[in-house]
Design a protein around this ligand. Structure first.
Ligand SMILES: CC(C)(COP(=O)(O)OP(=O)(O)OC[C@H]1O[C@@H](n2cnc3c(N)ncnc32)[C@H](O)[C@@H]1OP(=O)(O)O)[C@@H](O)C(=O)NCCC(=O)NCCS
Length: 154
C-alpha cells in the first residue's frame, strides 16, 4: 500500500506518543536539560496528544502498510508544534511530503496564510532550511528545551 496522509484517529494516540518519544530520545534529548526532557515527555504523552486533538490542532499522520511512519502537529493555524518521522524511515522524503500535506491543509483552512513558524530542534535545522525556513534568532533554551525559532514566508 502506498504512503498516505490522514488525520490521526483517537485510537492511535498511544502509538503516536511512543513514536514521538523514542525519536526524541534518540535525536533531541541530549540537547535538553533534565527539566526540558520532563516537559517534552509530559507534552507528548498519550493524554497530551488527545488533548491537542480536542483543541482542534491539526494532527496528520503518514501511514504506510498499516504502520504510522511519521506525523506533524500544527497549532494556531500556522505553527508546527511537533514533527517526527520514525528513525527507521528517515531520509526517504516522508518529512517533506508530510510538510506539503500540512501546508495544503493550512492553506485550505486559512486562505490568506502568510507564514509558517516552528521552534526547530538542533537536529531538524537542515531539514527546515531545505524547505525554505529561515532562523529568526539563534538557538536558545526555553524551559530547558533548546530551540531555534524559524519562519517560512509564503
Ligand atoms: C526532521 C525530520 C522530521 C525529517 O524527516 P525525514 O523524513 O527524514 O525528511 P526528508 O527525507 O523529507 O528530508 C528532506 C531533506 O531535508 C534534509 N535533511 C533531513 N534530515 C537530515 C539530516 N539528518 N541531516 C542533514 N539533512 C537532513 C536533507 O536535505 C533531505 O534531503 P535529502 O535526503 O535528499 O538529502 C526527521 O529527521 C525527524 O523526525 N527528526 C527527529 C525529530 C525532530 O528533530 N523533529 C523536529 C522537531 S521541531
Amino acid at each position: 500500500m502506498p504512503l498516505h496522509f490522514r488525520t490521526m484517529k483517537d485510537s492511535e494516540a498511544e502509538a503516536v506518543s511512543r513514536l514521538i518519544q523514542r525519536t526524541f530520545q534518540r535525536f533531541i534529548a541530549a540537547d535538553y536539560t533534565s527539566r526540558g526532557r520532563r516537559c517534552f515527555l509530559k507534552n507528548t504523552s498519550k493524554r497530551a496528544i488527545l488533548r491537542r486533538k480536542r483543541k482542534n490542532q491539526l494532527l496528520i499522520v503518514a501511514e504506510d502498510n498499516h504502520t504510522i511512519s511519521g506525523l506533524v502537529v500544527v497549532r494556531k493555524g500556522n505553527h508546527i508544534s511537533l514533527f517526527f518521522v520514525a528513525p527507521e524511515f528517515h531520509r526517504r522524503g516522508i518529512g517533506t511530503r508530510l510538510f506539503r500535506e500540512a501546508l495544503d491543509r493550512m492553506k485550505a483552512a486559512m486562505p490568506d496564510l502568510g507564514n509558517i513558524t516552528v521552534n526547530s530542534s538542533e537536529f531538524a535545522l537542515p531539514f527546515y532550511t531545505k524547505l525554505g525556513f529561515v532562523a529568526k534568532r539563534s538557538a536558545y533554551y526555553r524551559r530547558g528545551m533548546k530551540i531555534t525559532p524559524m519562519e517560512l514566508q509564503l
